[in-house]
Design a protein around this ligand. Structure first.
Ligand code: F6P
Length: 756
């Protein structure tokens, strides 16, 4: 049926159209011919009778004139013939033609010719009985003087009959052609489908699956497909770990690094450090884990790979913790890699971090309706700080071809700067936030410089293919570079950068989930902390206090939930863990005030005794606390207005080894493309979001388990080791190719040199 609709229906429609057009053309032509013939005939008839009519008219013998007309009218096609004398009065007439063609009627319609004036008419008209052709011709004497006019009316109804017949024949002929063409099309389609299938199977199995086919190589047009399939198979095999030890893990990542890239540790450049040394109120030193998706993802990778993490030393006790080279080994007690801290002056931090990175690039990359601010002074600081960090990276490498991971929008210029110092380095950049489309990106006054800086990398990674495409479009619009979208690469200044999607993830098995108490104990503790009864329903949100996270919309959805479902009042509490963030920026301070105001208003509106619907915990929370809340909750709501990935969603999944809890997830996160078993919502649509929260709260345990199991299986497979491993494997391929082509060039040069 589908084949009929897709192939035969259009064919039949086209042929029917052709038949209709052909019939119309043939009929039009035939009709023109008939009319011309009948006109000629009318003139011949009158010419033949002219002499007799002239003689009888001259003698005034009307009877004989009538007899000549009767002779003329014996022809079947002639309906009527008249001789009209002076003043278009009837001299004689014959036949029973329509009254409109009698002499006086013609005189009325076309005017009575004056004495000696000629009236000549030759027309086809639709008369009551059908089509008629009529002529009015002057009857001349030998001297050319007008004696009278002869009117002849021909019956043309035969034309309509012939036209109808012609239409029937044409339709019949085209119907036969349509049937034959359909049969032929079906036959050819089946034949080529079979051939294509056989050839495809030959490609996939190298001839083994096609009996008697032998092992001939596939046809030329199938060769590109063959190499694609082989590549895919080898990628899949590599990713699935065939021959390399199963699912991606810390060990496998480390093996990949040492075996594939012959690397002994990597140098990571990221603004945020994974461990912050802070001076507590009592003067003691404590170590904090910052609230950062980047840190969540990268820290396990660094523990697996070892090396150095170059970052901004932002903690109040950071200086006290480092050695003479500004290094400190972490994680505390494990010490598998080092942090190299770079110190920034307040001006540098204001211009580079708060200014260009977070008032310029952050709102530029997120569709959250905050206008980016671009100041020349901030840009100068951004350039300067990128150079300082690039230099620190170069100080930390242990050879001329190190592996360097450059992270995020804080360091768009660093890859080019590192490349200038270390031309043979393998530089992998990853952009943790969305990449805007070219039109939007173009509002940045330094769009070209940012792109050029990033293309100092060997590999540029984004969370999604859409962001890669946006990046390609930006390069296309702003730089003179060669794009190869099929290979997903950009060549600038003779150097190739791969541009690929690598959706980021978390470690699996997850360290924090493994260390947390059982979910029932977490729940008991959390409910006790919040002063809630054991049967309370609990929702949780975990974010930095950032305007991209949709925290206001989230609280409004909770308000709407309680409006629509009054039975939840007194029973459902939403806990929002919000880490203060970028507090020197006005937009962040304003957001914080608005969130407070909404929470207070909703709490005041629905308060019942000691119960409040919203618990706003505005402080930095360490991962063990966050995981306790995630394990205790019935619902986790991630409502980002725009988010590259959002790892809280994946952490919630990792936290729920009891396969309970429901994730309500904004469609505008990268995570929504992967965690499709979550309840996906548009966070702006408060009705939809509140309905999803209600569904989540009421979801039966077996459905929760089915959804959670599927998401856990996904995150387990697509964990952060796989993310890093895929980038390293791609970088290794590029590196190997570069080495081979360098060797080839050297070889060619030496051949040329020995030539006489
Ligand atoms: O993904 C973007 C990101 O780097 C996240 O890792 C983190 O949540 C945030 O931006 C950076 O926050 P901060 O400005 O506190 O380093």
């Amino acid at each position: 049926m589908r084949a009929f609709v897709r192939v035969l229906l259009p064919l039949v429609v086209v042929l029917a159209g052709l038949a209709w057009a052909a019939a119309a053309l043939l009929n039009g032509t035939a009709r023109a011919w008939y009319e011309k013939d009948v006109g000629l005939r009318a003139h011949l008839v009158v010419a033949g009778a002219r002499e007799a009519l002239a003689t009888h008219l001259a003698s005034g013998d009307r009877r004989r004139v009538g007899a000549v007309l009767a002779e003329i009218a014996r022809d079947d096609r002639i309906m009527a013939a008249s001789v009209c004398g002076r003043g278009m009065r009837t001299v004689a007439r014959t036949g029973v033609g329509p009254s409109a063609y009698e002499c006086d009627a013609l005189g009325e319609r076309f005017g009575v010719p004056a004495e000696g004036e000629r009236l000549e008419l030759d027309r086809v008209e639709d008369a009551e009985g059908g089509l008629v052709h009529f002529t009015v011709q002057p009857l001349l004497d030998d001297d050319g003087a007008v004696l009278a006019h002869v009117a002849l009316v021909h019956d043309l109804s035969f034309v309509a009959r012939r036209e109808a017949a012609l239409r029937r024949y044409t339709a019949g002929a085209f119907a036969i052609v349509a049937i034959l063409a359909s049969i032929l099309t079906v036959f050819v389609r089946r034949l080529s489908w079979r051939t294509w299938n056989e050839e495809l199977r030959r490609v996939l199995t190298l001839g083994r699956s096609v009996p008697g086919a032998g092992v001939r190589s596939p046809r030329k047009e199938f060769q590109p497909l063959l190499s694609d399939v082989r590549q895919l198979v080898s990628d899949l095999a590599a990713e699935q770990g065939h021959g390399t030890g199963g699912r991606w893990s810390a060990e496998r990542l480390h093996r990949t690094l040492t075996e594939t890239l012959h690397g002994e540790g990597i140098v990571t450049l990221a603004n945020r450090e994974p461990y912050i040394h802070d001076r507590a109120a009592d003067g003691s030193m404590r170590v904090l884990h910052p609230a950062s998706g980047l840190v969540t993802a990268l820290e396990p990778v660094m523990r697996a790979c070892s090396g150095v993490w170059v970052a901004h030393g932002s903690g109040t006790a950071d200086r006290a913790a480092v050695d003479g080279h500004d290094r400190v080994r972490v994680p505390p007690g494990e010490e598998s890699y080092a942090i190299r801290r770079v110190w920034l002056t307040p001006e540098e931090e204001r211009g580079y971090y708060y200014g260009f990175a977070n008032e310029g690039l952050w709102p530029l990359c997120h569709v959250a309706h905050t206008r980016p601010v671009f100041r020349a002074q901030d840009w100068r600081e951004y350039q300067r700080v990128n150079r300082r960090f690039a230099e620190a990276v170069c100080e930390e490498v242990d050879g001329p071809d190190p592996i360097v991971l450059v992270q995020d929008y804080h360091f768009a210029l660093a890859p080019r700067m590192i490349r200038e110092r270390l031309p043979r380095a393998t530089i992998i950049s990853f952009w943790h936030v969305p990449w805007p489309n070219a039109e939007r990106f173009g509002i940045c006054p330094w769009a070209n410089e940012l792109l050029d800086g990033m293309l100092g990398s060997s590999v540029v990674g984004f969370h999604t293919q859409l962001h890669c495409n946006n990046f390609f479009d930006g390069v296309d619009r702003f730089l003179e570079a060669r794009l190869d979208r099929e290979r997903q690469s950009v060549v600038l200044g003779g150097r190739e950068s791969l541009v690929r999607a690598y959706p980021i993830s978390i470690d699996w098995p997850n360290r924090w989930a493994a260390e947390a108490p059982p979910p029932s104990e977490c729940r008991r503790q959390v409910l006790a902390e919040l002063g809630l009864p054991p049967d309370a329903k609990l929702g949780v949100g975990v974010d930095r206090l950032d305007y991209t996270k949709g925290i206001e919309e989230r609280l409004l959805a909770v308000e709407r939930l309680l409006e629509r479902f009054p039975h939840l009042r007194g029973r459902f509490t939403f806990v929002q863990l919000s880490a203060p963030s970028r507090t020197l920026i006005d937009k962040y301070r304003e957001l914080s005030e608005r969130v407070d105001a909404i929470a207070s208003r909703v709490n005041a509106r629905f308060a019942e005794g000691a119960w409040r619907p919203i618990a706003l915990l505005r402080a930095h929370h360490e991962p063990p606390t966050i995981f306790r809340y995630l394990r205790a909750a019935d619902v986790c709501y991630v409502s980002s207005l725009h988010d590259g990935m959002n790892l809280v969603a994946k952490e919630f999944v990792a936290a729920r080894d009891d396969e309970r809890g429901v994730l309500v997830l904004s469609r505008f996160t990268g995570a929504a493309r992967e965690l499709t078993e979550a309840l996906l919502v548009n966070p702006y649509d408060i009705e939809e979001a509140s309905a999803a929260l209600a569904t989540a709260i009421a979801m039966p345990p077996d459905e929760q388990a089915a959804r959670m199991r599927a998401m856990r299986a996904f995150v387990a497979d697509f964990n952060v080791y796989r993310w890093a491993g895929r980038m390293l494997v791609d970088a290794a391929r590029l590196r190997q190719r570069d080495r081979l082509s360098t060797r080839l060039n050297l070889g060619l040069r030496s051949v040329h040199e020995v030539k006489p």
